[in-house]
Ligand binder design. Structure first.
Ligand SMILES: Cc1ncc(COP(=O)(O)O)c(C=O)c1O
Length: 393
């Protein structure tokens, strides 16, 4: 019996080697990866630039110092993040929930600074922001929250893509200090915000003096063809939590602030022992540079569009919707489809199912079009067999 705590329902497969978009299990079987460790392995496996940067940092002997001292790699990583986000200040942490926890604290502090004793944050139905007490309270899923009550107070929930609901809250709740939104909900089923809605939401934030928090932990960092989804909508938020793909697999998170949120945190307001250490920062620098130099954002759009178009062409009965943006792909079926994960693994394809009935693909950004065709070639027959079997049953 394993001593690993039983918090995940795991597939009986262990990957032990990787190269590009390919993985090998302990028995030597080869798999095509269309999930990237849930949007983490941006550069796939064994990317030379990332490997070299990490090895050099390890060889320097200084993989960790402390935030008590200057960390030149952290300064260089923050400069790059400021450049791509258009924002000003970066707080480094180690995960998505920590980035969101920091964002929630910024929103509360911002509220207090404006004389609101009990600041509230507007959050969305079906959102996922993490599993700490504050972030699970912000999350719009009873499954994630059940058993952990009392929840953290101060969240007001509205449906995604419903601007009127936000205006309603604005009209009667004087405690709101921020809106927090995943512009494309990942765990919730690849639910894409309309760009018009995001712009409307930003206008309400500007009218009310609220912070706009764009949780781009899953959808950000090049996956949709721009660095961030808010850039498709053409405005700048105040707070952008990041993690997952930021260092190509090295654990790192970042809470990036600017505009109305600039300067809200002062020395002593927040901290992290590991956050921004030299090893993680060398991962950030190498990953962001590779995305830019290798034009991986353009590739992400081609690959995502190709996969969606090819699956659409197959016109499989039982597919209710095919959606997403760039290499963030959701295929909604008319029935629960968790079993598809193992069936695809048997066919040598790694993907995932979320929200019970949405097949999710988040391929590494290094995937090329031939490999994307191969994803479709492996997925199509498994999908058809799955839907036919269930239809006959
Ligand atoms: C949008 C979003 N925010 C936050 C998180 C939490 O990140 P982590 O698991 O690194 O804490 C996730 C994880 O799936 C996410 O998708």
């Amino acid at each position: 019996m394993s001593h690993v705590m039983n918090t995940y329902v795991r597939q009986p497969i262990a990957f032990v080697r990787g190269e590009g978009v390919w993985l090998w299990d302990e028995a030597g079987k080869k798999y095509l990866d269309a999930l990237a460790g849930i949007a983490v392995n941006t550069l796939g496996y064994g990317h030379p630039k990332l490997t070299k940067a990490l090895l050099e940092k390890i060889k320097s002997g200084v993989i960790h110092t402390s935030n008590l001292w200057r960390i030149p790699d952290q300064e260089a990583a923050a400069d790059r993040i400021a450049e791509i986000t258009g924002l000003d200040e970066v707080f480094f942490c180690n995960s998505g929930l920590e980035a969101n926890e920091a964002a929630i604290k910024v929103a509360r502090k911002y509220g207090h600074d404006r004389g609101i004793a009990e600041p509230a944050i507007i959050v969305m139905e079906k959102a996922f922001h993490g599993r700490s007490l504050a972030t699970l309270s912000a999350t719009g899923s009873r499954k994630v929250q059940a058993g952990f009550e009392p929840l953290v107070q101060g969240f007001v929930r509205v449906p995604l893509n419903d601007l009127e609901a936000v205006r309603q809250v604005a009209s009667h709740n004087r405690n709101v200090s921020a809106v927090m939104v995943e512009p494309i909900q990942g765990e919730g089923g690849i639910n894409v915000s309309r760009l018009e809605y995001l712009r409307g939401l930003k206008n309400v934030c500007d009218e009310q003096g609220w912070l706009f928090i764009s949780d781009e932990v899953q959808c950000g960092l090049g996956r949709t063809g721009k660095w961030f989804v808010y850039q498709h909508a053409g405005f700048q938020p105040d707070v952008v939590p990041l993690a997952k793909g930021l260092a190509g697999g090295i654990p790192v998170g970042a809470c990036v602030v600017g505009n109305r949120a600039k300067g809200v945190f002062k020395p002593g307001n927040h901290g992290s022992t590991f956050g921004g250490n030299p090893l993680a920062m060398s991962g950030v620098i190498a990953t962001l540079d590779a995305i830019k130099e290798e034009k991986l954002m353009e590739r992400a759009v081609k690959v995502g569009d190709l996969i969606r178009a090819e699956i659409r062409k197959q016109n499989v009965p039982g597919v209710a919707d095919i959606r997403g943006m760039g290499s963030m792909i959701g295929i909604e079926l008319d029935r629960p489809c968790g079993d598809l994960v193992l069936q695809c693994l048997q066919a040598g394809l790694v993907l995932n199912v979320t929200a019970d009935n949405v097949v999710r693909m988040l391929p590494p950004l290094v995937m090329n079009e031939a490999e994307a065709q191969e994803v479709v070639a492996r997925f199509g027959p498994v999908l058809k067999a799955f839907l036919q079997k269930r239809a006959a049953a």
